[in-house]
Design a protein around this ligand. Structure first.
Ligand code: GAP
Length: 590
């Protein structure tokens, strides 16, 4: 839902949150001075800090703790990259335009929102047109009938020109992943040519969404945190021992298809043993991700993993599970965990001049029989003229792929759509025993792909609370200390030079201890507490007249509003320990 769509009096938590986000500097539609444009949001001071903290937490878990590399690739890439990746051809959504008001809509969303179809994205376009006509669906904007309107495939990539003129088209990347895949020939060197290895990237992705909606949930520019984990499918298996006991709520494709199908409460280990999650690497990363989501503040009662239905999967994926969070009764996708097979590396290998394989050393050298050809050019030259070299390549490829093709008197090749016969005796076909130290294999890829903006939104939504304090209504964000944009607010009780000097010294000491601190001396103390509660600041420290005597201050905890009197000198060690999770507020000696 865009900001303009919200009612005058916010009703749902989402509406209240969007209003709070704008007022308190979390996020708001960008370029408002020029009327704004759908699908672009600016993170304000609080939002940028929260997003940065979530990105840091992701980096700590998925790059540092897993021993993976991190890179930072350009956001614009040349056209051949996306020809190879399949995005130019297949990264489309279904577009239907209203004949009356001209508004563009995602045809599959119009169908899903108004019929019993749950996965309209997987339907072919003619079928979507039929459903629109059959159900007499109307424009969500003006109510005009959409029956008979053409549904078109609309490519979501933003196109640009690299340099002057239009001779070198480029595209803003629709996923950060391609920046990793195209660099594989160099990245494998940094991994010393050893599988498995992982490469992460946190950065912007761009999609020209037909109808961006629900504030930062579906935008045209957003941040992804992606891990591409390269494996040898025949040799590499994850160690599941660290995640096998992680409890998960799963919604497998089979349950979604079944009448009365339900979510399943299980553990990663049991789900693998029962064949519910078939790929062990996907299972491993689902097991790693769940505690991570919990640690940054996603409510685990409103979290599940849902398997993609076969028609729903992206063009590259052989299996995919989404991490979903519940927002005002709807499930939204926060991340996808896909098995991409060797799709991407093979495509880039085919389209570029570089090698997207890795040399896999055998334990012992192996003697293998290789089929080779040594064609007689005095025959092929006169027979095929300028095509003779192509014929040689085709014979080499055929010998490697299907040696039995050379069993008869003649061998057949396809030349420009025409079948040509060549006497086997002119091909120089033979079988040679060769001793080889290893082989070139194309690694497979398992990809946990997180949408950072959707994590930010979910964390804020799940943290939104309303209660009553001292007879007054209060709104606060129950953010985890690890991700809260500001950890502590420091206030002088009143506008008084001595108190202000002392409070500024306390703030400086806490900043030096590595905490994010806000100093506030405007308005009465109750209002300052409310301000910090609303942005989710876990603690407030108030310096009063007694502090000048006893060198102690009042520390107030956000959720309970409980207060303790603590020595100033203890704060730079106690508060960072609470933030790190090593100490609880209740345990502080007050
Ligand atoms: N490399 C795989 C990939 O890009 P995806 O499911 O298309 O997969 C991954 O995107 C994540 O990016 C999604 O789970 C979602 O959280 C986020 N995302 C995708 N499109 C988005 C959009 N228009 N606005 C905000 N986040 C988006």
């Amino acid at each position: 839902m865009s900001e303009q769509e919200h009612a005058e009096t916010p009703d749902t938590t989402s509406e209240k949150l969007v209003e709070l986000a704008k007022r308190r500097g979390y996020f708001f539609q960008s370029a408002g001075a020029y009327g704004g444009v759908g699908g672009f949001y600016t993170f304000g001071p609080q939002g940028a800090a929260l997003k940065g903290n979530i990105e840091d937490a992701w980096r700590d878990r998925f790059a540092v703790a897993e021993g993976n590399m991190e890179i930072d690739a350009p956001t614009i890439m040349p056209e051949p990259v996306f020809e190879a990746s399949g995005h130019l051809e297949g990264f489309d959504d279904m577009l239907v335009e209203c004949p009356e008001c001209g508004e563009s809509h995602r045809a599959d969303h119009v169908v899903e929102d108004n019929t019993e179809y749950e996965d309209a994205e997987s339907l072919p376009i003619p079928e979507v047109e039929e459903v629109i006509a059959e159900y007499e669906l109307v424009c969500p904007n003006c109510g005009a009938g959409l029956a008979g309107q053409a549904v078109e495939a609309f490519n979501l990539m933003f196109k640009t020109n690299i340099g002057p003129g239009d001779s070198q088209p480029g595209y803003l990347r629709p996923e950060t992943a391609q920046g990793i895949f195209v660099e594989f020939p160099r990245l494998k060197e940094y991994a010393r040519n050893q599988l498995p290895f992982g490469v992460t990237q946190i950065g912007r992705a761009y999609r020209n969404e037909i109808s961006p909606r629900r504030s930062i949930i579906r935008t045209r520019e957003f941040t992804q945190a992606e891990l591409e984990y390269f494996i040898d499918p025949e040799a590499d298996e994850p160690d599941l021992s660290s995640v096998e006991d992680v409890t998960v709520t799963l919604y497998p494709a089979s349950e979604q298809d079944a009448e009365g199908g339900t979510e399943i409460e299980t553990t990663i280990g049991e789900a693998v043993a029962a064949g519910i999650i078939t790929d062990q690497w996907v299972a491993y990363f689902l097991g790693v991700a769940k505690p991570w989501y919990e640690a940054v503040g996603v409510d685990m009662d409103r979290f599940r993993y849902r398997q993609h239905l076969p028609g729903e999967r992206a063009h590259y994926a052989s299996d995919c599970w989404d991490a979903e969070s519940e927002i005002d009764g709807n499930w939204i996708e926060m991340a996808g965990f896909a098995h991409r097979g060797n799709y991407d590396l093979s495509k880039h290998g085919d389209h570029s001049g570089d090698r997207f394989t890795i040399f896999k050393q055998y334990d012992e050298p192996r003697t293998v029989e290789r089929a080779t050809v040594d064609p007689d050019m005095s025959y092929l030259g006169p027979e095929f003229g300028g095509d003779a070299e192509t014929v040689v390549e085709k014979l080499e490829e055929l010998a490697a792929r299907n040696r039995s093709a050379f069993d008869g008197e003649t061998v057949e090749i396809d030349l420009d759509g025409e079948t040509r016969e060549i006497p086997v005796e002119t091909t120089g076909f033979s079988l040679e025993a060769k001793t080889e130290a290893g082989e070139h294999i194309t690694p497979h890829v398992v990809e946990p792909s997180f949408g950072v903006d959707r994590v930010v939104y979910t964390v804020l939504h799940h943290a939104y609370r309303e209660d009553e304090v001292d007879g007054e209504e209060r709104t606060y964000l129950d953010l985890e200390p690890e991700v809260a944009p500001t950890f502590v607010g420091v206030f002088p009780l009143q506008n008084d030079d001595e108190l202000e000097t002392e409070a500024r010294e306390v703030a400086a000491a806490l900043r030096e201890a590595g905490l994010s601190v806000t100093y506030d001396d405007s308005g009465n103390i109750g209002r300052r507490y409310r301000r910090q509660d609303e942005v989710g600041t876990p603690f407030c420290v108030t310096v009063d007249y007694e502090s000048l005597e006893d060198e102690a201050v009042t520390v107030r905890e956000r959720d309970t509003t409980a207060q303790k009197r603590l020595p100033i000198e203890d704060l730079p060690t106690a508060l960072p320990a609470i933030r790190a999770g090593d100490l609880e507020f209740e345990d502080l000696e007050g």
